[in-house]
Design a protein around this ligand. Structure first.
Ligand SMILES: *[C@@H]1O[C@H](CO)[C@@H](O)[C@H](O)[C@H]1NC(C)=O
Ligand SMILES: *[C@@H]1O[C@H](CO)[C@@H](O)[C@H](O)[C@H]1NC(C)=O
Length: 387
């Protein structure tokens, strides 16, 4: 506890980069749509509508303000604050968001004694997906050597827990909805493009933007099983969608809208990103994202509560600590950590008390988790990654 406090204070003392202001404001206004529009018009804003599920909160866009600037439009903010109906407003700033990508663990530096292995499950299940025989974290591969996987996933499947009836959406840089291993489970109703403001969440590839992270995450969750393609998702019968929201300037509004997209349709939101894992950033959800999480865990899924699964962070090598990340350490999210196939800490792992569960992750070459990109090696279709 003391240790994490010291780490967080150290992060607080590190002064970050200059703030970038956008031309969008979040504004809380009392009254009906007419008075909201009256305030918008009076100051030259376009009312872009309510922010997610947050009643009385609106997104206002101001054409006369530069869409990226290091200067705060203080004059406009001060004038609007004086309107009696206006209860709160904030010019939106760009948040630095890092994707939590696959890292190969250095087994030498943080290795713990290997977990003992014993056969857990005598499996007869067979899928025809090309990498099935190397999915050691799902089923027992070499019974003579003992089974590596203690997650016992195949046994859960046999009891009917395959993701059937569950809708998952990956909040990230997009999802390849035509990918042959995702297409059977792809759900357009659980998908949106917050960056382009249209319903198509397809990633935009360019030589400078390798936006395959969301697609890879989606495959780990819900790649179709027994379709002769690539790999098998842990919940291969789930419906899978994606919200493209990391491929542009991320603001508190972007996060609030993404975290509350289709809240009565989507069951689980998966976020594998957050403030930089550089060991020097202390940041959590802004006022809109925080309100959204609070509201959704009570009211989402028609009152059963939305579920937010969060990657705990990959900053271990930088001395980062997930207590300094207000998303993974939030009481409203389920933070997931990782272990190598030997049962040891990967050296990039971040430790903190809010971790709820641990799953297998990239270890050495032998122990890789086979996602959609890695199974490209076995000739199933690769991501349409722009080279
Ligand atoms: C910024 O504004 C310009 C001109 O209005 C527009 O062409 C451009 O696409 C905007 N950039 C972003 C990132 O929204
Ligand atoms: C997978 O598909 C094959 C046909 O290609 C079938 O024989 C097999 O039973 C299927 N496996 C499962 C577990 O459904």
């Amino acid at each position: 506890m003391m240790h994490s406090l010291v780490l967080c204070l150290a992060a607080l003392l590190h002064f970050g980069h200059a703030t970038t202001y956008t031309s969008d404001w979040a504004i809380r206004i009392r009254g009906d749509m007419e008075s909201v529009n009256r305030v918008a018009e009076k100051y030259g804003f376009t009312n872009m509508g309510q922010i997610g599920e947050l009643r009385t909160y609106y997104m206002f866009h101001h054409q006369q303000t530069a869409n990226r600037s290091t200067v705060y439009n203080k004059d406009l903010t001060t004038r609007v604050t004086k309107e009696t109906e206006v209860e709160w407003l904030q010019q939106q700033v760009v948040k630095e968001r890092a994707k939590r990508s696959y890292v190969t663990a250095d087994m030498k530096t943080r290795g713990l004694p290997a977990a003992h292995t014993k056969p857990v499950h005598t499996q007869t299940l067979h899928f025809n997906d090309p990498v099935w025989s190397s999915l050691w974290y799902f089923h027992c591969i070499e019974k003579s050597k003992g089974c590596r996987s203690h997650m016992n996933i195949a046994a859960a499947w046999e009891r009917g827990y395959t993701g059937k009836g569950v809708v998952v959406s990956v909040l990230d840089d997009g999802i390849e909805k035509e990918h042959p291993d995702l297409k059977p489970n792809y759900d357009p109703v659980a998908s949106y493009d917050m960056n382009g403001r249209d319903p198509d969440p397809s990633p935009h590839y360019s030589s400078s933007a390798d936006n395959y992270h969301g697609t890879r995450c989606a495959g780990i969750v819900a790649a179709a099983a027994n379709n002769s393609q690539c790999t098998v998702g842990v919940s291969f019968n789930a419906r899978i969608g994606g919200v493209r929201m990391l491929d542009g300037d991320v603001t508190d509004i972007t996060e609030a809208q993404s975290l509350s997209f289709s809240p009565h349709y989507i069951d689980v939101y998966l976020s594998s990103w957050g403030p930089g894992d550089d060991g020097a950033t202390l940041e959590g959800p802004g006022p809109l994202a925080l309100r959204t999480l609070q509201n959704a865990v009570k009211n989402g899924r028609n009152g059963r509560g939305s579920i937010y699964v969060w990657a705990s962070g990959n900053g271990g090598r930088n001395g980062d600590h997930c207590s300094c990340d207000g998303y993974s350490s939030s009481i409203y999210t389920i933070a997931i950590s990782s272990t190598t196939w030997h049962g040891s800490h990967p050296d990039y792992l971040e430790q903190c008390p809010s971790i709820m569960a641990t799953a297998f992750t990239g270890g050495d070459t032998e122990g890789l988790v086979r996602d959609l990109e890695l199974c490209g090696q076995t000739k199933c279709r690769f991501l349409t990654y722009y080279m």
